[in-house]
Write a protein that binds this ligand. Structure first.
Ligand SMILES: Nc1ncnc2c1ncn2[C@@H]1O[C@H](COP(=O)(O)OP(=O)(O)OP(=O)(O)O)[C@@H](O)[C@H]1O
Ligand SMILES: [Mg+2]
Length: 281
């Protein structure tokens, strides 16, 4: 950190107080948040946002204070899945106020900064880094038990920024069971190893589906690939979330799936992962 220099009116050079490095400030700002999880995947559309939202709701339902941070800058889906179109507001302390979704759940998303929700965000890496840093340092998160961070697919700028700024974040890697998704998951695992980010575990989403007509199980995308990958790589396997078309409808409508389908296999599977986050994190 270097002291900036400026001139006094008499021409003498004076040293101003050194400016703190913004990345360091961001790193220091999350001390009130106990557990941080980055939800990531190698492939798009495997259910990261659905997993982030439903795990956040499951933890909030258990009575924990939870934050949900959407760092998918180009495809922010968290507000839609939560049914919230609010803009972020500024609090008294000049910090952004997260959207209060339920008494125990707060959320922020780039979309909540955009008056026109259909405009594309066209930002290069450094701008994305700055925006995500603001979501970390300039949001009044307060005291939280869990912060869940929903990222875009792959190992680009967004997960990289999170890995650099939130060094105690643990990764939850989401995959679907088929080989084409698993090949990409191995890249996410390699990213975590390179960044020295602990992998909390792998979730196999869209794993089997109960046929609404005959009641038999149908393996839409194969079966067991996520579990086998976790075993092969010596990583914890967090569980299988079945495919349920009601989850699509609830996500599109911004309705909490678990509050509608309390005893479904999907709700139980999310609750089981949330329980592991409680007991093992
Ligand atoms: N277990 C599931 N059963 C049925 N539909 C699901 C399930 N999980 C996710 N979906 C649906 O699949 C679609 C993609 O899910 P989602 O947006 O959560 O994926 P994503 O990995 O976040 O995508 P992206 O890579 O674009 O961010 C959504 O319509 C969602 O409702
Ligand atoms: Mg998503």
């Amino acid at each position: 950190m270097e002291a900036a220099q400026s001139r006094e009116p008499n021409g003498k050079i004076m040293n101003e107080l050194p400016k703190p490095d913004p990345d360091t400030v961001a790193r220091q700002s999350l001390t009130q948040i106990r557990n941080k999880f980055l939800v990531m995947s190698g492939k798009g559309g495997v259910g990261k946002t659905s997993v982030s939202v439903n795990l956040a709701l499951a933890l909030a339902e258990k009575g924990f204070k939870v934050g949900l941070m959407d760092v998918d800058v180009h495809g922010p889906d968290i507000p839609r899945m939560l049914g919230r179109k609010d803009m972020l507001t500024m609090g008294d302390n000049k910090k952004m106020m997260p959207i209060q979704v339920t008494p125990n759940l707060k959320a922020v998303s780039v979309e909540s900064l955009m008056p026109d929700k259909d405009s594309a965000v066209i930002w290069r890496g450094p701008v994305k880094h700055g925006a995500i840093r603001q979501f970390i340092a300039d949001v009044a998160w307060g005291d939280l038990d869990y912060l869940l961070i929903d990222s875009p697919p792959g190992t680009g700028d967004e997960p990289l920024t999170v890995a650099q700024l939130i060094q105690d974040a643990k990764a939850i890697v989401v995959t679907t069971p088929q080989e084409v998704a698993l090949a990409d998951v191995r890249k996410s695992i390699s990213f975590c190893k390179t960044m020295k980010m602990e992998i909390f575990g792998i979730i196999e989403n869209m794993s089997g589906c109960t046929c609404p007509h005959c009641g038999k199980n149908v393996d839409l995308f194969g079966a067991g690939g996520g579990e086998k990958t976790a075993a092969a790589m010596g990583l914890p396997f967090l569980g299988k979330i079945p495919f349920d078309s009601q989850l699509v409808l609830c996500g599109d409508a911004g309705i909490s799936y678990s509050s509608q389908f309390r005893n479904s296999a999907v709700t139980k599977a999310f609750a089981a992962v949330a329980e592991r986050m409680r007991s093992e994190a």
